[in-house]
Design a protein around this ligand. Structure first.
Ligand code: HEM
Length: 409
């Protein structure tokens, strides 16, 4: 079996990775990705590092400055379904913006979005695990994101923040995702507003300003970096594990994330039109920025401790640490100070591939190595628990709210 973490080790282990490990900031990467590879097919090609959200940012800054946020949060708590009218009483400028922002792009393809739902239903278990332990843990090794999350209001309560972020992963995969009965459009529009608030608030944090290498957070480039930590990374893992995925489903999954990107306020000229383009862009914007930060190390530790809160306590810290090491590789696991585990590290490393093969009907269990037969139950249970963590969220009354402050210190 190919060593599962090899690609990620290579990804993160180059010179830039080594610089990161030494705490040296990676040199800014030139933006050479062509808008021809985007869903727009054309564009200015400006480096998205210097593009934020010109519509939402001034508007939300003004909401914060004029003290409208508590009232708006209260009203927006009742706005849950995509098809639901906006609540009465919202400030007129906000209402205008939200009416525009909630419209799907002209290129949204309902057929593909329906296929994406099928894919999510079939692959929910793997998606839960990869969103959680590849994407989620990777976010702690993306310095700009780790700092923004740590010093914003939500950084003080990571359980709450994770549940809110998981809501987006849950909504995009649920049956009516972008349909009137679903919640993904609402979640995206609210998140776009939250990001605009963060752009106004974080620069006022002396703690963030001291360590940040930028004046305004969450550029369009950062948005794409995080976007790649989600669908691009998830698909790279499923491909690596040889999970059979029909081309139409793979394309549909990408499409659902293209639409999500647009709804989150990313410009169409930065959203890749194909997996090839996505992989190429990720290689340029995500891979070179991965690095440890004190904030990311603390966030990773908090996240790994959260698993034990799940019923049954099966997802203990060593298992979650080993899963992270397996998915992100030794280099990133080292950055995040995840200790090696003599039991779970080799088990997951050696038995995951055959385990997936058995689940996918590509290998009969009796033909699988003895070690796998023993591990099979444990893995299946981990997947189930991981998915439970990801899915149970749907039962909680979660409301994404506009923050008014940074992390209290
Ligand atoms: C808030 C998702 C990119 C930093 C949120 C929330 C969601 C979300 C669902 C609402 C949860 C909450 O309020 O706690 C996403 C997605 C992204 C993305 C899907 C890209 C595709 C980024 C980037 C950064 C960032 C690039 C920073 C560099 C934050 C911060 C909050 C937030 C600081 C606010 C937490 C608070 O309330 O204090 N994001 N995000 N996000 N996001 Fe993002």
């Amino acid at each position: 079996m190919e060593k599962p973490s090899r690609r990620n080790v290579l990804m993160a282990g180059g010179t830039l990775g080594a610089l990161g490990a030494l705490g040296v900031a990676s040199p800014a990467q030139a933006w050479t990705w062509s808008p021809k590879g985007s869903v727009a097919g054309a564009g200015e090609g400006a480096d998205p590092r210097w593009v934020w959200d010109e519509e939402a940012d001034p508007l939300i800054a003004s909401l914060l400055d004029r003290g409208d946020v508590p009232k708006v949060n209260k009203l927006l708590r009742t706005w849950k379904k995509n098809g639901q009218p906006l609540p009465d009483g919202l400030p007129a400028d906000l209402r205008d913006f939200m009416e525009r922002a909630r419209r799907l792009p002209s290129w949204a393809d309902q057929g593909k979005l329906a296929t994406a739902v099928e894919f999510n239903e079939k692959r929910g278990l793997y998606l839960g695990v990869t969103y959680g332990f590849a994407s989620g843990m990777m976010s702690t090794a993306i310095p700009k994101e780790a700092r923004a999350v740590y010093y914003s209001k939500g950084g003080a309560d990571m359980k709450d923040r994770i549940t809110k972020t998981a809501k987006l992963g849950y909504d995009i995969g649920s049956r009516d995702a972008f349909q009137p009965g679903g919640e993904m459009i609402v979640t995206c529009v609210k998140t776009r507003i939250v990001h605009a608030a963060v752009r106004h608030l974080l620069p006022k944090s002396p703690y963030w300003s001291k360590v940040a290498d930028e004046e305004i957070p969450i550029s369009q480039r950062d948005m794409m970096v995080t976007w790649h930590s989600l669908p691009t990374t998830v698909m790279q893992n499923l491909v690596k594990w040889k999970v059979p995925i029909p081309a139409s489903e793979s394309e549909a999954f990408l499409h659902s994330w293209q639409v999500a990107g647009h709804m989150l306020g990313i410009r169409d000229e930065y959203i890749p039109k194909s997996w090839n383009e996505a992989n190429a862009q990720a290689e340029q914007v995500l891979t070179p920025v991965l690095a440890p930060t004190p904030e990311g190390v603390k966030l990773a530790d908090i996240l790994l401790n959260l698993g034990s809160l799940i019923d049954g306590g099966l997802l203990t810290k060593p298992i979650l640490g080993s899963l992270t090491r397996f998915l992100l590789g030794d280099t990133i696991a080292g950055w995040l100070r995840i200790p090696r585990d003599p039991l779970w590290d080799p088990l997951i490393q050696n038995a995951w591939g055959p385990f997936v093969a058995v689940r996918e009907g590509l290998l009969a269990l009796p033909d699988a190595p003895k070690e796998l037969q023993k591990a099979y139950w444990a893995f299946d249970e981990i997947l189930r628990q991981g998915a439970l963590l990801y899915l149970s969220e749907g039962k909680l009354p979660i409301s994404i709210e506009i923050p008014e402050t940074n992390r209290p210190h």
